[in-house]
Design a protein. Sequence first.
Length: 498
Amino acid sequence: MAVFKVLSILLITSHLCDGRRTRGNRADAEFGMKMKMPYEPQSVFRIYSPELDWDDACMVKLYQPHTLQSCGFNSSHPLVIITHGWSMDGMTERWVKKLATALKSTQKDINVLFADWRTLAHQHYPIAAQNTRIVGQDIAQLLIWLEDVIQVPVSKVHLIGYSLGAHIAGFAGSNLAMSGRTLGRITGLDPAGPMFEGMSPTDRLSPDDARFVDAIHTFTQQHMGLSVGIKQPVAHYDFYPNGGSSQPGCQLHVQNLYAHLSQYGLMGFEQNVKCAHERAVHLFIDSLLNKDKQITAYKCSNNEAFNKGACLDCRKNRCNTLGFDIRKVRTSRSKRLYLKTRSLMPYKMYHFQFRIQLFTQIEKIDPSLSITLTGTLGESETLPISLVEEVSGNKTYSFLITLDTDIGDLMMLSISWEDAPLWANMWSKMKTVMLWGSKDKGPQLTIGKIRVKAGETQQKSGFCAQSEGSVSIQPSEQKQFVRCDENPHSSRRVTSRR
Ligand SMILES: *[C@@H]1O[C@H](CO)[C@@H](O)[C@H](O)[C@H]1NC(C)=O
Ligand SMILES: *[C@@H]1O[C@H](CO)[C@@H](O)[C@H](O)[C@H]1NC(C)=O
């Protein structure tokens, strides 16, 4: 997909057409000249107010304490600074207000500032990317001043940066570190990839930039060797929802990309790219607004292993909560965490690993099996079982099932074998051939032990056929399995009985 080709052409065009903009080197020269004077930030800091647009919001000005008072800044409250990313149109994106509102409405005693660097962001991408260091320094200077003058501890400050803004937060943190201070927390929301991927930790967001760093990667799909969001881990905990490459409801197809371009121009293209890129922001907002639907994510070596259900383990901080209420456990190495989400808010899904013993006498089959789960709180829809490999011999297969509602503790399963047209066809032929005498029952699977682990509750349970130890299933048949726990330590109910 030529997304980046299109992107670069658009960028170069828009850059050439706009002579007003400062070139990178001129901005740098100006910046250098100003170094001797009291620090003069190029970004603007606006305080959140529910009634006002950002353009009208009260501005906190460096070295001007009266602006803090007039803006209603309360130095005894924690501080969150939201930082936007690259700007194609110089406008403030709507998510900024949504995030600020979510923070303010759920945290109450909190100061929410918006680091507005639109003049530096509304540039050709490489220039905007270079400017992130300047904005990082602006934020560091503001925080040093706030700590020294009105005792807002830097260690209690939380920077939330989207796209290029994530690297800005990183540069703010490393600037503070140079003056012997440690920033509290950085949250990187789909940190930008181009010009940062593969760079040394000092040239991008990294775990060294704050006491605790978390990042959510939502659009790391590669086009021509580049991805909009950075793929590599950059935090203590790096979340990769749905594998991180793209997001449900955001599938980008070349056809509709060009259709969008011709119909809506640049904006249509931008919306399309933004869907998955911006999903990180909305996942974070979700964590603030839906406290009863906190999302758990699980450490895993890669997405393929996660899709087999192999990683739903919470021991030793292997799992964590996505978003604002993450457990801030510092680790020496970045942990990659995986999870599945819905395509709309609330994004939470419930994860189950199934381990199922299958036996077949036919050499290799690829049965289209599906499963329905019944729990203490409800029943799931019928969901397809996707086995990564074909079924042969006598083996245990592992797969992941995700549900978008909480059905409580699992009580019963029903597995069915869809009578795929291919089988039906073949089967009718076989029946004709075998009409005289053969007792062969056609394609058949024997289902042995079924073990289930629920990620969200960490509960393990076993399921057995209602009658014997194992049961056979044929196309267009459905079989029931009921709970039959063998291991007393695996069930919460049994453990709590003492
Ligand atoms: C700051 O907040 C504290 C409580 O959180 C409150 O007692 C105090 O009056 C506030 N200060 C100002 C200037 O609003
Ligand atoms: C499959 O193997 C398991 C042991 O691994 C055994 O208990 C079971 O009887 C075997 N099933 C069949 C149908 O051979």
